[in-house]
Design a protein around this ligand. Structure first.
Ligand code: PLP
Length: 455
């Protein structure tokens, strides 16, 4: 037991009595008690019993540079001493905000030269929704208000972003979705591709966007929002035909493209942004997570010259948050980006550790229970199946085998997530080859154990 906190059982009791966890069955968790994480360094988190857990999920897909970097702690302390808080509402700005905005404009592809700062990915997507609709109002097309999204997408869990998310379980609770949003099907060939080849299926799913625009009327549709690779939906990598067709369709109908890069951004796919990996030209881009490597909450909407010009010329945009461009968060994000650039974290990962992981990950298809293995950069998934050739689902309730495997991973000191019967990883971008070996070894052991239990 470590010294600087209460005994584990006491902390679990306090947690159960007072702490409501996100996306959690409260009673089920409280009955067994949460695992209490007390410290972290590099790619490992340590629990209150001193167990070291390899974090195959980089927290929640966010700790891109790894845990516990001293330079970030120092940048935070310096900024708190200098200017702990000021807002940017009333014709003021401050050095961290303007430096970070300029840095993001430099890093972002195309003409995404403007940033509206938010506190998280969810409220960034709320900003995007309001900005896209406001844009069309200012352009004299106030009827262009519908935002199109996809089933099984995840864009956050506020009223707005939770509605954009195509998660049916979320829509069942709390009055979601709000009006003015519609969804098309996802490009998940493994689960939904049927007899089609991946290429045919990618085109078919992309063309659902065109059909939806024509059905609703192009004069009614403001924007299409999508993650370059669906993360929380199970790391669904679209077939190669998908994104070029989507770009063709949004161009043809003049629909704004909002790329939600909350997970894909800041190196995860092997380029700074997922849209570069897939050749997309978004009008607005959602960023959060890797922007600060999760050291503090910060999000943003990167906005193209085309959209920013109209919004800036349109009088007051009546939108913003107390913590938009929080100076401490901005200073930390700047330091995070400095580390990523100076240490060439994205380049090194893309040239060395990502291809190394890819070879090992794809070899998992030799496991009797693993159907497809998908990986781009440092985000990857495997589909668990009782019959690979038929791409079959388990007869038991979908997700049970995935859940069992996730629990075996956790017991074996590996954080790996499950989405139904898909297992996913997104480790810190700085994971070494030796740590990748450890991740794969623990994953295989957990899959073997999971298969035994599921029999
Ligand atoms: N968009 C995507 C693609 C995400 O994966 C997430 C969170 O996982 C969000 C938005 C919401 O971000 P946040 O949890 O910071 O509100």
């Amino acid at each position: 037991m470590l010294e600087n906190h209460r005994p584990t059982s006491e902390m679990q009791a306090l947690d159960a009595a007072h702490h409501m966890h996100p996306f959690t069955d409260g009673d089920a968790l409280n009955a067994k008690g949460a695992r209490i994480i007390t410290s972290a360094k590099g790619v490992f988190v340590t629990d209150s019993e001193g167990e070291q857990i390899l974090d195959g999920m980089a927290g929640l897909w966010c700790v891109n540079i790894g845990y516990g970097r001293e330079e970030i702690a120092e940048a935070a302390a310096r900024q708190i001493r200098q200017l702990s808080y000021y807002n940017t509402f009333f014709q003021t700005s401050h050095p961290p905000a303007l430096e970070l905005a300029a840095k993001l404009a430099e890093l972002a592809p195309g003409d995404l030269n403007h940033v509206f700062f938010n506190g998280s990915g969810s409220d960034s997507n709320d900003t995007n929704m309001r900005m896209a609709r406001h844009y069309w109002q200012l352009k004299g097309k106030p009827e262009k208000q519908i935002i199109l999204s996809r089933w099984n997408a995840y864009h956050g869990s506020t009223m707005g972003s939770g509605s954009l998310s195509g998660m049916k379980a979320m829509h069942k609770q709390g009055g979601l979705p709000i009006p003015g949003i519609d969804w098309i099907n996802q490009p998940d060939w493994w689960s939904e591709g049927g007899e089609m080849s991946p290429e045919e299926f990618g085109l078919a799913r992309a063309r659902e966007l065109e059909a939806k625009i024509l059905d609703l009327g192009e004069d009614k549709v403001a924007a299409f929002i999508a993650e370059p690779i669906q993360g929380a939906g199970g790391v669904i990598v679209p077939p190669e035909t998908y994104w070029p067709e989507i770009q063709r369709i949004v161009d043809k109908y003049g629909i704004l493209l909002i790329a939600d890069e909350v997970i894909c951004g800041f190196g995860r796919t092997g380029n700074w942004f997922g849209t570069q990996t897939f050749g997309l030209r978004p009008d607005i881009m959602t960023i959060a997570k890797g922007l600060s490597s999760g050291y503090v909450p910060i999000g943003g909407s990167l906005v193209s010259d085309k959209v920013a010009k109209v919004i800036n010329a349109g009088g007051e945009f009546a939108h913003g948050y107390t913590y938009s461009a929080h100076p401490v968060a901005a200073a930390i994000a700047l330091e995070n980006l400095r580390i990523m650039q100076d240490e060439k974290i994205v380049e090194k990962m893309a040239a060395d550790t990502a291809p190394y992981l890819k070879t090992k990950w794809e070899a998992l298809t030799a496991h009797p229970m693993v159907g497809e293995a998908k990986i781009v950069g440092m985000m990857a998934s495997i589909a668990l199946t009782p019959d690979k050739a038929a791409r079959a689902k388990f007869a038991s309730k979908e997700g049970t085998v995935g859940l069992i495997c996730r629990e075996r991973c956790f017991a074996n000191n590996l954080v790996m997530r499950h989405v139904g019967d898909r297992m996913v990883i997104a480790p810190p971008l700085v994971i070494s080859r030796a740590e990748i070996d450890m991740l794969i070894e623990r994953a295989i052991r957990s899959l073997d154990e999971g298969m035994e239990i599921a029999k």
